[in-house]
Design a protein around this ligand. Structure first.
Ligand SMILES: Nc1ncnc2c1ncn2[C@@H]1O[C@H](COP(=O)(O)OP(=O)(O)O)[C@@H](O)[C@H]1O
Ligand SMILES: N[C@@H](CCOP(=O)(O)O)C(=O)O
Length: 320
């Protein structure tokens, strides 16, 4: 369960007193999620999400994430909006952690992804990229190519505890991707963690995006590469080109891809697989025994990486 920091009734009452949100009715820990502590907060004015930011989120990055949610929702992108206190601040401290309240988003994330989900996702992602173009803040992607060698080193050569030969394969991959990574592609604000559990649907529409706590400035096509990995593989690890085509075509109908972006896609998808493989590997090797949150499987992302390594053109993604 993703509640790392326990909040008592008196803590939350004092916290909520800083806002015009009425009285606290209840506070329930939310089991889903990995990175932060999330609570469903009910007050006499409605439902909200209270988040206490944990290990991977740096305090200095929080103004970027919160301002981005304000910016995108002002431009009609469905996403949570930070609630500002009576002093105008959205970010404050609770139980020794940075904390914020955001609006509650209706809908559920898809447990079984369909091509229609991918189609809706593609269009909405492109609209988010366009809406972020005039966002004035900048945050580099510290989990992209410049960060991978350090991330691998932080695993202390223990990759083979997960699979024999893994450390060597990852060292090779990091080297190849460092050499081949594109220098310049269309870029702007990206979500950078758009997995199915961060996208809500209601009936036949996409009702919103959540979890902007990896958002950063990077190649737009890298966000799509993350989605290809997270949405277009089946539980038996096979790649579903129909889902990929639905995702990419609907994205391009809103924000067309350049030839350079299309050509770079297999490499970006390989790199995005490596990024999640490395953070999962680190968490797998370092999670305390008996911890509530089950670490995610790094090997799932090794298989995805190997798939993209063998891709020779857009036909593999249902295009061309
Ligand atoms: N704004 C929101 N509206 C509704 N539910 C939310 C909202 N934010 C988070 N949640 C709930 O909390 C869960 C975990 O949120 P998430 O941001 O993915 O956590 P983490 O950053 O820890 O991975 C989500 O799966 C969802 O159930
Ligand atoms: N999506 C990442 C883990 C981050 O979890 P989230 O709940 O913040 O999306 C992964 O699958 O490795």
């Amino acid at each position: 369960m993703a509640v790392y920091t326990e909040v008592t009734d008196s803590d939350v009452a004092a916290f909520v007193a800083e806002y015009d949100l009425g009285e606290v009715v209840s506070l329930k820990g939310i089991a889903e999620g990995v990175e932060n502590s999330n609570y469903l907060l009910s007050t006499t004015t409605g439902n909200y999400i209270l988040t206490l930011y944990e290990k991977r989120v740096r305090r200095e990055d929080l103004p970027y994430f919160l301002a981005l949610m304000d910016h995108l929702s002002d431009r009609g992108i469905p996403c949570p909006t930070p609630v500002h206190g009576r002093d105008g601040e959205a970010l404050r401290e609770l139980c020794g952690r940075p904390a914020a309240i955001v609006t509650f988003l209706q809908g559920l994330w898809p447990k079984r992804v369909t091509a229609e989900h991918c189609r809706l996702l593609g269009g909405a992602l492109a609209r988010m990229h366009v809406a972020g173009r005039d966002f004035p803040m900048y945050r580099p992607n510290n989990l992209s190519v410049e960060g991978w060698r350090k991330l691998l080193e932080s695993c202390d050569g223990r990759g083979d505890e997960v699979m024999p030969g893994l450390t060597e394969e990852l060292e090779r991959e990091v080297g190849v991707l460092e050499q081949a990574w594109p220098g310049d592609l269309p870029q702007g604000v990206i979500h950078a963690d758009l997995f199915p559990d961060n996208v809500f649907f209601q009936g036949d529409r996409l009702s919103g995006f959540i979890d902007f706590y990896f958002a950063c400035n990077d190649f737009f096509a890298y966000d799509l590469a993350i989605c290809l990995n997270a949405w277009c593989f089946e539980p038996d690890d096979s790649f579903n080109a129909t889902k990929a085509r639905a995702l990419l075509q609907s994205y391009c109908s809103v924000r067309p891809f350049s030839d350079e972006e299309m050509a770079a896609l297999p490499l970006l998808a390989r790199g995005s697989a490596l990024r999640f493989l490395l953070t999962r590997l680190f968490d797998w090797l370092n999670h305390p025994p008996g911890a509530y949150v089950e670490p995610k499987d790094p090997v799932e992302y090794l298989k995805k990486l190997r798939f993209h390594r063998d891709v020779r053109g857009p036909a593999a993604y249902g295009l061309g």
